[in-house]
Design a protein around this ligand. Structure first.
Ligand SMILES: Cc1cc2nc3c(=O)[nH]c(=O)nc-3n(C[C@H](O)[C@H](O)[C@H](O)COP(=O)(O)OP(=O)(O)OC[C@H]3O[C@@H](n4cnc5c(N)ncnc54)[C@H](O)[C@@H]3O)c2cc1C
Length: 264
């Protein structure tokens, strides 16, 4: 495990409240696609005994790009609540880590620790089904970028779920991979748009395969045969991870050892 510094190369808004940040590391780093780094920050609460705070962020780019690495960050927003009435108090606030990352400019220097985590593709010879919601797409992007560099030797399916189209990240990136590699399939699930809205997104012709509904629909639709000898990588909110894992284990006879998860 390393502590290292990285300089911001670019900070771009790529979807609603979501930034893609490119860094250049000043250390001879190594990591596996799917792993995360911890952002290390001074605790803004000066009255606290804890001097530093850490926040995990999955690397969204292939290790081949080092010393460049990229993060996909959802800017967390919230209101403090009145403890008795539950009503919002004061102005909207931003999360400590994500609010810090949102403001970064080219040339800013940031401290990280890592790499960490076991959310990686273990067996390159097996088929893969990846399931992601929200910024759970970050490690999938790193893994897909790496598999693309290797030519997608085995069948890989990415099912990506968002509530609204405005939250979808990297649509062109994944669609381009699907156009280039016959072994890679990309399906975007949108759960909270009307049919009319989904038609409008389809008309943009960025993503070829859009399904109205939650990602669990895609998992239900997999046949038991499709799940044999397949690795499942699941990343997103805890409720989705639990539900998808449950369907795979109980309805599709998938072995525990064939499922790897990461939850934010
Ligand atoms: C392994 C791992 C990988 C991750 N990868 C990514 C990634 O790739 N991209 C990504 O965007 N995130 C990722 N995360 C999540 C990330 O680590 C942070 O949890 C996230 O960015 C929020 O941190 P924050 O400091 O911005 O928010 P915090 O300041 O920690 O706030 C988090 C939440 O706490 C609540 N809250 C905090 N203070 C108050 C208060 N005073 N009153 C009321 N509510 C409050 C808010 O609801 C807010 O939503 C990952 C997490 C893990 C564990």
């Amino acid at each position: 495990m390393n502590t290292f510094f990285a300089d911001v190369v670019r900070n771009e808004i790529i979807a609603y409240d979501t930034n893609h940040i490119t860094f250049s590391a000043n250390l001879d780093l190594q990591f596996s696609a799917g792993q995360f780094f911890n952002l290390k920050l001074q605790n803004p609460d000066k009255t606290s005994k804890i001097q530093f705070i850490l926040r995990g962020y999955s690397v969204a780019s292939s290790p081949q790009k080092l010393p460049i690495f990229e993060l996909c960050v959802k800017i967390v927003k919230y209101f403090e609540k009145n403890e008795h009435t539950g009503e919002n108090i004061g102005e909207e606030k931003k999360g400590i880590g994500s609010g810090f990352l949102e403001k970064l400019k080219k040339g800013d220097r940031v401290e990280f620790l890592g790499p960490f985590g076991h959310f990686t593709k273990k067996n390159k010879a097996k088929k893969t089904v990846m399931l992601a919601t929200g910024t759970g797409i970050a490690p999938m992007r790193a893994i897909c970028e790496e598999l693309s560099e290797e030519g997608f030797v085995t069948k890989t399916v990415l099912l990506y779920g968002v509530s609204n189209a405005k939250f979808a990240c990297y649509s062109s990136f994944f669609q381009n991979l699907a156009n280039l590699h016959k072994n890679f399939e990309y399906v975007l699930f949108i759960s909270r748009e009307t049919d009319e809205e989904i038609r409008k997104v389809e008309e943009l012709k960025i993503v070829e395969n859009i399904v109205s509904g939650r990602i669990t629909k895609g998992v239900e639709d997999l046949s038991v045969e499709e799940c044999v000898n397949t690795d499942f990588l699941i990343c997103g909110n805890p409720a989705m991870v639990k539900q998808v894992r449950g369907i795979l284990r109980q309805e599709k006879n998938v072995e525990k050892s064939d499922i790897v998860t990461e939850q934010y």
